[in-house]
Ligand binder design. Structure first.
Ligand code: GTP
Length: 401
């Protein structure tokens, strides 16, 4: 019996051992496959950076605000986020234009020293010999008065000094003032035609070679007009220089004048047309149009300015064509003046950069050249450094106190 029990136990042990081997071999087969010897490299997830929590996750498709469906919770109070109201730009109050030349007279100091004071010193010499008269001529020519006006002035001074006999400084000053004033010609009409017509604004075209201060002058003129109570629209028809429109717009924004502009290299005439249209729509007093005066060829200039003018005239007349000239360029400025005068009817001259130049006599020369009055002068880079030209104040500034 014992033998039988022993045999059964041995048989059971054998069966259990065989089962364990089978399970073990099955477990081995279920192990995951070994990693391949060459790993597939995928891009690592992007490293988070400072401030990332404020961003949309990089791989999340973006939705516009219209696509976002808001959960509907009827009756629930709607939280309205108060957005900060952008502050209205503070408009500048430009200086009134009246009396600006008197206020800015010290800017003419270099012209004053060369022209006015130089002439007075020579005229005060005890003996006015030929050499002295030649020196007087040189001073006038150097100050860009021009050959013919210089000759006229010297002839008149010679005659009047002889008649005067004894010369007190006061007498000489009065004499020189009178003669310079005659040359500058106070009888010319220097008023800017900027008053609107019945249904259309006044239109002022600003022309001139690039770099003379045309865009700056247009901006400064907008301030002069705003200071004098006019409403202004600006037309950035200088599409030649990319920054010119931005520059003009900035000038306009400072005094609340809208700027009409177009694409870089766009058609100046269509911008001018739109600017006047805007001026009519706004009921503006004046539309100022800055043009690109490229002097490559006279016909090119003629085509461009002619077209701008014709297109504006579909709305109404062009009231002023102001030619901007850089006073420091002397004879070159006069050549430019001649070409522009052949192309378009100039009604007024703006002489810029008269501050810090000894060439104040250009006022006389350019008026003679074109037969058109200087209406405004630029006396600095500041926003209110453009002054209506007043002959008396100008001559007084040249002669000094
Ligand atoms: N000192 C002085 N500088 C001036 C005066 N008027 C203009 N300028 C300067 O002249 C430079 C040229 O002026 P802009 O107005 O850009 O010249 P622009 O003729 O319009 O040139 P484009 O825009 O290229 O046609 C600027 O640095 C102005 O500040 C002035 O009366 N006095």
């Amino acid at each position: 019996m014992e033998t039988v029990i022993l045999a059964v136990v041995i048989a059971l042990v054998a069966v259990v051992a065989a089962g364990g081997l089978v399970v073990g071999s099955r477990r081995k087969k279920q192990l995951p496959p070994a990693p391949p010897s060459t790993p597939t490299i995928t891009a690592p997830p992007a490293e988070p950076r400072v401030g990332d929590e404020a961003e949309v996750p990089r791989d999340e498709p973006r939705r516009t605000i219209e696509e976002v469906v808001l959960p509907e919770t009827p009756g629930a109070p709607v939280a309205v986020e108060e957005l900060p109201v952008p502050a209205a730009p503070v408009l500048e109050q430009p200086e009134p234009s009246a009396g600006r030349l008197v206020r800015l007279r010290s800017r003419l100091s270099r012209s004053q020293n060369t022209l006015g004071k130089g002439l007075l010193a020579l005229l005060s010499r005890e003996h006015l010999d030929e050499d002295t008269w030649e020196e007087i001529e040189d001073i006038l020519i150097t100050a860009d008065v021009g050959v013919a006006p210089t000759q006229e002035l010297v002839d008149r001074l010679r005659t009047r000094v002889k008649v005067l006999g004894t010369r007190t400084p006061g007498d000489l000053r009065a004499l020189l003032r009178e003669e310079l004033l005659t040359l500058v010609d106070p009888s010319l009409d220097r008023e800017l035609k900027t008053e609107s017509h019945e249904t259309t604004p006044a239109v002022v075209l600003v022309v001139g070679v690039n770099g003379t201060g045309k865009t700056t002058t247009t901006g400064k003129l907008a301030r002069v007009l705003v200071a004098d109570g006019r409403s202004v629209v600006l037309g950035a028809a200088d599409t030649f220089r990319a920054a010119a429109a931005d520059q003009l717009q900035t000038w306009g924004e400072r005094v609340g004048a809208r700027t009409v502009r177009g694409p870089e290299g766009g058609d100046p005439a269509s911008i001018a047309f739109d600017a006047v249209k805007e001026g009519i729509a706004e009921g503006a007093d004046t539309v100022l149009i800055d043009t690109a005066g490229r002097l490559h060829t006279k016909t090119g200039l003629m085509d461009e300015l002619g077209k701008v003018k014709r297109v504006i005239e579909k709305h109404g007349p062009v009231d002023e064509v102001l030619l901007v000239l850089d006073a420091t360029t002397g004879q070159n400025g006069l050549v430019q003046a001649r070409v522009f005068a052949e192309v378009v009817d100039i009604t007024g001259i703006v002489l810029t950069k008269l501050d810090g130049t000894a060439k104040g006599g250009i006022v006389i020369a350019v008026q003679r050249e074109l037969g058109v009055p200087v209406k405004l002068i630029g006396l600095g880079e500041g926003p209110d450094d453009l002054a209506p030209f007043e002959p008396e104040a100008f001559v007084d500034a040249l002669i000094g106190d």
